[in-house]
Ligand binder design. Sequence first.
Ligand code: NAD
Length: 344
Amino acid sequence: YMNQTTILITGGAGFIGSNFILYFLETYPKYRIVNLDKLTYAGNLDNLREVEHHPRYTFVQGDICDRELVESLFREHDIRGVIHFAAESHVDNSIKEPDIFVRTNVHGTFTLLDVAKAHWLEAPHKLKRGYENCRFHHISTDEVYGTLGETGYFTEETPYAPNSPYSASKASSDLFVRSYFHTYGLPVVTTNCSNNYGPKQHPEKLIPTIIRKALAGEPIPIYGNGQNVRDWLYVLDHCRAVDIVFHQGRVGETYNIGGRNERRNIDIATKICAILDEIALEHRPSAHASYRDLIQFVTDRPGHDWRYAIDPAKIERELGWRAEVTFEDGLRKTVEWYLKNGKR
Ligand code: NAD
């Protein structure tokens, strides 16, 4: 394994991290991967069954806040890159239980940064060769920018204005990443991505909830009047964007990732119902009904951001990335995956 480089991936048993690990192992024979994941309620090793015994893959169950563990992984595997997905990620949970979001998202990110700095930039490691190519890639969200009205887009210059404890914790972690570049010269990049969808997303999130409730014949809950707008990106398009930024992004920069694909929540629900009407006839509430009849509006989430929309011009222009999967195709693949793997 002399010319293989080991990358630490955190949160790899979650939705995006697991899709990314499969993609990365397949794309790059030169990398070994260490996946550090605490396996909270959101982590699921079933997401990684395909690579469980892969020769270039190692799973470690543990907490990113555990400094000794993180240090020992850096030493033992001589980590040369970090791609940091691990986080508490559900806005509704952050409203009920904000403290765990501060712990994992802020203190966990800080711990990883501080260990990377010690290992890559401080003696005796700095005397070794090759550390100049190290990379710390922080995965973040467009929610740090707060909310938009009917018009406008988030760019990398939009001031941070987080509105939920989740987005406040992510915003805070982004700023620590930034400070480790400006203060210590740690080679960091940050990406802020819009809403992801696709296979292996936790059932608590919007699209899996719509599919799950529909198939169970239960009311499909939609917050408020369903008019809130999100920009949706298929998870594999996000993985490709992370790959490109990790390898080619300019150190110290942030890149917004989005699909140029704005949808109102209610339109997502009706679209999924239309797909299910076509391919899941047997679960329909009754022979003449549509899954659409199950949609029910429920009391809005407090502080619910009205609209998110990303302007991905920078990553498109500088790095040539562009979302490739259409919403039609992506949603269909997602619905089909949940039909097949609903019980996972
Ligand atoms: P997820 O909730 O599906 O997965 C998170 C993973 O992190 C889980 O496997 C969990 O076990 C692990 N984890 C949590 N706390 C940990 C800790 N203290 N130590 C080690 N592991 C821990 O989340 P996701 O949707 O895959 O999101 C991944 C990242 O992408 C997050 O940083 C999130 O903020 C960001 N993001 C997500 C979206 C989205 O739409 N899902 C959009 C933009 C950015």
